[in-house]
Ligand binder design. Structure first.
Ligand code: HEC
Ligand code: HEC
Length: 249
């Protein structure tokens, strides 16, 4: 009798605990979901099992003439909204990536539900290719993963405004496991025109910060996401400062 009571109480407590955990999860999405959303923003079809790159240009691509790229690239969120999330008001406000399309930082003020409704807009065209679970990761990233990098990275020098290079070197041991101590184990470019960790860090610190915070879409082995291993933006900026000292060629 006594024992049954105890068992029932335990079962009830377990149930209550799970319910509380679900509520907490609904309020703050898991870092894994935010990181997945960040990689989807980078190149969504690489992050969904079995998905192929979209054919043709994105439906709104024809509204602009300044960015001459064609095909699958035109479907990457970053191609229209930027690595700095500021679209025409940021780095892609000029140069070959210019489209004149807006950024997404302002959208962060919306709730995840509102962001999900935004994806349903047929002109933007994502609800037709991505399911709700995938779109939720994107919404969680927009709501909880975006940061304004304007005060963090000097646009002219491309250097972090404030960073501790020595600390960045310590944190970078995790990167060295795959990229080598000099960042040259993996070449992201071509054999005759190589691109290494040091190259990306110097040339595109905004892309570097995005990839170190959220990981590399579909990479094998999977590159860890800073937001999942508890790294702050400052940690990532410290790693950026150190990586800018690594060889470019
Ligand atoms: C081909 C270019 C293009 C691509 C690719 C693209 N967008 Fe957009 N996006 C736009 C344009 C243009 C608007 C502005 C629509 C408007 O204001 O009427 C917009 C608006 C938005 C907004 C609303 C911004 C605001 O402040 O209200 C969000 C959020 C957004 N996009 C997220 C995404 C995400 C996430 C992806 C990738 C899955 C993506 N976009 C891919 C062109 C693009
Ligand atoms: C478990 C292995 C692994 C670890 C650890 C890792 N990466 Fe990566 N990283 C990859 C893979 C795989 C790619 C995809 C490119 C490739 O296949 O060579 C990649 C891609 C990149 C790219 C982008 C290449 C591009 O231009 O598309 C950068 C920059 C980068 N890593 C930097 C880092 C930094 C900085 C760290 C440490 C914070 C790190 N990586 C940790 C495996 C890893």
């Amino acid at each position: 009798m006594r024992r049954t009571g105890l068992v029932l109480t335990s079962v009830w407590l377990l149930g209550a605990g799970l319910t509380l955990a679900n509520v907490a999860w609904a309020q703050a999405p898991s870092p894994a979901s935010i990181a997945t959303g960040g990689r989807l923003y980078d190149k969504w079809w690489k992050e969904v099992a079995g998905m192929k790159a979209p054919a043709g240009d994105h439906p709104v691509w024809a509204l602009q003439t300044t960015n001459k790229r064609k095909g699958e690239t035109t479907w990457r969120c970053k191609e229209c909204h930027g690595w700095d999330y500021r679209g025409k008001d940021g780095i892609y406000g000029s140069g070959s990536h210019k489209t004149g399309f807006p950024g997404v930082l302002a959208a962060q003020a919306n709730s995840v539900d509102q962001l999900m409704k935004g994806f349903a807009n047929p002109k933007h065209g994502f609800a037709s290719v991505l399911n709700d679970a995938t779109l939720t990761h994107l919404a969680n990233f927009l709501k909880h993963g975006l940061v304004d990098l304007t005060p963090a990275i000097d646009r002219k020098t491309k250097k972090p405004v404030k960073a501790d290079e020595a600390r960045g070197k310590q944190l970078s041991v995790i990167c060295a496991a795959c990229h080598g101590a000099d960042g040259k184990t993996r070449n992201f470019g071509k054999p005759d025109d190589p691109e290494y960790v040091g190259t990306v860090a110097r040339e595109n610190p905004w892309e570097f910060v995005h990839k170190v915070r959220f990981g590399q879409p579909g990479s094998d082995p999977p590159m860890p996401a800073g937001v999942e291993i508890g790294w702050s933006l400052q940690d990532v900026l410290d790693v950026l400062a150190y990586s800018q000292t690594l060889p470019e060629k």
